[in-house]
Design a protein around this ligand. Sequence first.
Ligand code: MN
Length: 346
Amino acid sequence: MISPHPDYLRIATEEAFAPKEMFDIYRKILAGPDPDPGFVSLLGFYMTSKSDRAQHIMRCLSDLDTLRLQHMDDTGIDRQIIALTSPGVQIMDTDTAVSFAKIANDELAAAVRRHPTRFSGMVAIAPQNPHEAAKEIERGVQQLGLTGVIINSHTHGEYLSDPKFWEIFEAAEANDTPIYLHPNTPPRNMIQPFLDCGLDGAIFGFGVETGLHALRIITAGVFDRFPKLQMVIGHMGEALPFWSYRLDYMHQATVKSDRYPTIRALKKKPSDYLRENFYITNSGMAWEPAIRFTQETLGAERVLYAMDYPYQYSADEVVALDGMPMSAENKKRFFQTNAEKVFKLK
Ligand code: MN
């Protein structure tokens, strides 16, 4: 049974939605020439499968009212921080992506206005056009009242470590809003060995690809250039906290041996950036040992709760997390106050 009145609010920070019109655009992309294989594997499945899981997810994704609120009540979630589901607009051509990001943000902001105590929303952007993306961050935060920016990892195989995208980081830092780096399926030139064994999705491929992306952002020196920038990564940090020691050792060794022009000295160790520029959510990872490890290595003020609705929707997980053997102070940080701080909830 879910405890109805714990000593904290439960704020879920990586919860997905999709406007119905987005699936019309997706159908055209899937029917077009040579669609992205990860997109075919993921959306090609969810949009056509008759399985209970796929039907449930499609039904929940498009709802921003009764059904979602009922599911939140049923699992004791006080507030969702909602973001455009992966891959969002990043699979679209540039012009469609720029215009549809605005439509999706307007729709999400309207839902937040309808349910201001239950919903918060993140700004979707089209990295395909970094200048328009920067403008949309400002519009989303300053005019629509959204909080945080959702980026569903790579965009047509390109990574934010490329300085051509850094106007996006500049805008996030200037608007004092975090970037949530959410998974996508591995890009075309990476996916085949994952597809061969059915491991391209949330089971493993997501984490490998998104962990790589976050690490590329660190090693490219983004946080030396934008020291106040804050990023959020899900799924217990896509394994990066567990890698911290080896990342620090091998980064220094690689710099010293002058092996790659792309690996240069940074002001700090990779693990320092994880500790100072990242928040980690437990989305899809309702597992106390991993949560405790991340709290111990990065700090309890850096680890937040997320459910990953509707992809992972289970009351049992909430009960298990409520029951974690953890100080009352750290549990409140985990479920409530860290989210309030990073997403500036009122
Ligand atoms: Mn997710």
